[in-house]
Design a protein around this ligand. Structure first.
Ligand SMILES: Nc1nc2c(ncn2[C@@H]2O[C@H](COP(=O)(O)OP(=O)(O)OP(=O)(O)O)[C@@H](O)[C@H]2O)c(=O)[nH]1
Length: 758
């Protein structure tokens, strides 16, 4: 095998006329010779025209090397051979002598190539090449044409030539004059299609050509149809990826199945375009048609709807009309028939059993089928994690991670006869505390899961931190689930339960939770005892039912009353928790909890801080389509007439008549968890976080709100204080909003906004 070294030798040192005689005469067939006879004059004509002198041998070598491809041979001879020779010679002449060369001359040594180079490489092993092999060392470029080594078997050449001839014959009538050198070049190179050159390599090549052919402008042989119209609208990607929360919200029913369906739609969407929001969806037109037909009860309306759809100018975004409903009155009429609803956030230390407990709750309330659990069990067992089967109901996280989507807040629903529940499964890891704050700030209450066997680890870790944060975002009601009592020693040991309860209650009290708003429930998510069902009277857990309700009963007890008519009538305020593609038919959707007011399909709303308006195209609450929604609901709103870049988590959707103000200065009453100075902080308000600084320490206060000291230099941990904050950016905030101040990954204060200014 030949070895090539990239050494810049001068060509005349490597080639000689004798050395070029590597194509033995006997290696050519009669056809090869005919080809040479036909093609050499063509190449020569091209080279003469370009003023490139070449020998017949060089032309033949090039033709042989390029499988009779005249174009390539000419290009090779033009570009690589003659000009380089000229250039290098010129270079050689101009080249100034290096210090090394001057020193060599001074030393009056023997001539340059014979001695200096030899000296330089003396002792290098590969220089000990027998003299008869020296001619084999060739530079990498140009590659000397070699018979057979390049695949130039006469069979291949024959095949190529036959094809060329056939193709040339077929093209004969349309062929221009042979005197036209350019066209003759074309003609001659035509059969040298790459295919022929790669034919001996049977692997990946055919695929490549199939793809290329698809893109070929050649019209299809039968009934050519115009390609589908490209989407006109070019929308950039959203800042926020569709999260588990978003997907769960937009699922039509159930939890896990809905999530899957959503994931599939995302995938379908991404295969259509590089941006999830790029272009109008063809389904939009169909859906709008159905909706328009439903809404219309007269011929005139139907005709109008059809007119709208047939207008090509706006096929994907027909105007969404409001039905002009009096939502507050409708809600008031319906409220007696409405079930209570409650959203709870699940908090607690890693591995204390949060997901398993929620999976159990969903299974035992019928929100998830036993079939699904069995499926998860099978999958989990295959991975050697059989005990995680229930947790997998909640654990959309791993699936999300596999798909490269950021895990955020997962949402699941279940219902009892009296209450519709929403589980907000906030990420527990300390790195995701901002997301946990966002999740907790949408909840009515919290479920704190504590492993009865691992209280210590929790107290040192997230149990303590999550309690602090739950209180900081304003949650007042909290259920402590003392979990894994099936695995205490002995199982269902009352003493262990009591001591764990006492510890946690102490911490909750210190944090500010009141006794009447806290309940402690013994349970086991894995076995299901005292989750949705009371333990059997014969079991070791029989004592539980005598003293405690089940977890589900306790959640129903803590479920809040329905929102008030006053809140429903207030201006709309919804902080965006997530922005996502709700599906092919709904390319732009948001989710979040309505803090106040109401909204209906067709409403125009304002998004702050961008100040942009959007139209509500559709509403879903708990996976069901609705015409309207009110405060305390956690709807998905499908939007039109807005660009996605104007929608971010933390922005506020508000009434266009009374939009929320965008402010940069706030005064807040806070509880310090660490020392506070005038300093940089991150301000978190639900899903919103903005950098800023404490500009003034106004005063410290006692528990009754009386001023202790004005303009303190420092606020110590545990003290209450009024502080002023200057934010780096204008953000939509209002009096009464709950804020959390963090710095360097730690929460240093929490409180409530007292006043705002621009
Ligand atoms: N014996 C027993 N094991 C449980 C119980 N609940 C959960 N486990 C086990 O504890 C482990 C962790 O459970 P998860 O539900 O994933 O815990 P988690 O708190 O959601 O964990 P993270 O999501 O990582 O924070 C699993 O192996 C479960 O099978 C229980 O009630 N009893």
């Amino acid at each position: 095998m030949l070895r090539h070294k990239n050494i810049e030798y001068d060509e005349d040192e490597l080639y000689s006329d004798e050395g070029e005689d590597y194509a033995e005469e006997g290696g050519y067939t009669q056809e090869d010779k005919d080809n040479f006879a036909t093609l050499t004059p063509v190449v020569r004509a091209e080279l003469d025209e370009a003023g490139v002198p070449t020998t017949a041998k060089q032309i033949e070598d090039a033709l042989w090397h390029y499988y009779w491809d005249v174009g390539k041979s000419v290009a090779y001879l033009k570009n690589s051979r003659t000009p380089r020779e000229g250039k290098q010679e010129a270079k050689k002449e101009e080249k100034p002598k290096s210090k090394f060369e001057q020193a060599a001359e001074k030393a009056d040594e023997v001539p340059f190539m014979t001695s200096r180079t030899a000296e330089w490489f003396k002792g290098v092993p590969w220089t000990n090449v027998p003299c008869e092999m020296i001619g084999q060392i060739v530079p990498a470029e140009p590659e000397p044409p070699r018979i057979k080594l390049l695949g130039g078997s006469s069979k291949l050449a024959k095949l190529a030539e036959e094809r060329r001839k056939k193709a040339a014959a077929a093209a004969q009538p349309a062929q221009p004059s042979e005197t036209d050198s350019a066209s003759s070049l074309d003609r001659l190179t035509k059969p040298k299609d790459v295919k022929e050159n790669v034919a001996p390599v049977p692997k990946a090549e055919p695929k490549k050509y199939a793809i290329r052919r698809k893109r070929s402008p050649t019209p299809p042989p039968k009934a050519p149809t115009p390609p589908p119209e490209e989407p006109k609208e070019q929308l950039p990607s959203l800042r926020s990826s569709p999260s588990a929360f978003g997907r769960a919200l937009s699922s039509s029913s159930g939890q896990t199945n809905g999530t899957r369906q959503m994931a599939l739609q995302d995938l379908l969407g991404s295969s259509y375009s590089s941006s999830p929001f790029e272009g109008p969806s063809p389904d939009d037109a169909v859906i709008q048609k159905a909706k328009a037909q439903q809404a219309s009860n007269g011929l005139a309306k139907k005709t109008e709807a059809l007119k709208i759809e047939s207008t090509p100018a706006a096929p994907s975004q027909p105007k969404v009309r409001s039905k002009g409903l009096d939502v507050a009155s409708l809600w008031n009429e319906e409220k007696s028939k409405r079930k209570a609803s409650a959203a709870f956030v699940v908090i607690g230390h890693v591995d204390h059993g949060k997901s398993t407990l929620m999976g159990r709750l969903l299974l035992d309330t019928g929100a998830v089928s036993q079939r699904d659990i069995d499926k998860y069990k099978k999958q989990a067992t295959e991975l050697g994690k059989a005990s995680f089967a229930l947790a997998w109901v909640m654990d959309t996280g791993s699936e999300e991670r596999e798909r490269g989507v950021t895990v955020d807040i997962a949402q699941h629903y279940f219902s009892t006869d009296n209450v519709d529940f929403t589980i907000l499964d906030a990420p527990g890891h300390r790195d995701f505390v901002p997301n946990m704050i966002g999740g907790a700030s949408m909840a009515d209450l919290a479920v704190l899961v504590v492993d009865a066997n691992q209280l210590e680890s929790g107290m040192k870790g997230q149990t303590r931190e999550h309690i602090l944060l739950a209180h900081a975002v304003g949650l007042q009601k909290l259920v402590v689930a003392v979990n894994k009592l099936d695995s205490t020693t002995p199982a269902w040991d009352q003493e262990i339960f009591r001591s764990v309860s006492a510890e946690v209650l102490k911490l909750l009290k210190q944090t500010g939770f009141t006794e009447e708003n806290v309940a402690v429930i013994p349970c086991s998510g894995l076995s299901g005892e005292n989750v949705a069902k009371a333990p059997a009277a014969s079991s070791g857990a029989a004592w539980v039912s005598k003293e405690h309700p089940t977890l589900l009963q306790q959640l129903e007890k803590f479920a809040p009353h329905l929102t008030s008519i006053d809140t429903v009538k207030k201006p709309l305020r919804l902080q965006i928790a997530d922005v996502f593609r709700g599906g092919i038919t709904n390319p732009l959707s948001i989710a979040g909890r309505i803090k106040s007011g109401n909204v209906q399909v067709g409403d125009s709303v304002t998004i702050q801080p961008s100040g942009e308006t959007a139209t509500i195209k559709g509403i879903e609450v708990s996976g069901e389509g609705r015409d309207w929604t009110v405060s305390d609901d956690i709807p998905t709103l499908h939007l039109v007439d807005i660009e996605p870049q104007h929608l971010r988590s933390g922005d506020v959707v508000c009434s266009s008549q009374k939009p929320v103000k965008v402010v940069k200065n706030i005064t807040a009453k806070v509880q310090a968890l660490d020392s506070l100075l005038p300093q940089r902080v991150d301000i978190h308000v639900g899903r919103l976080h903005v950098p800023g600084g404490i500009s003034h320490l106004v005063a410290t206060e006692d528990a009754r709100g009386e001023t202790l000291k004005k303009k303190p230099r420092i606020v110590k941990a545990g003290q209450r204080a009024v502080i002023r904050l200057a934010l780096d950016d204008g953000v939509p905030l209002e009096d009464g909003d709950r804020i959390v101040l963090r710095t360097d990954g730690s929460t240093i204060a929490a409180g409530r906004i007292e006043a705002i200014s621009l």
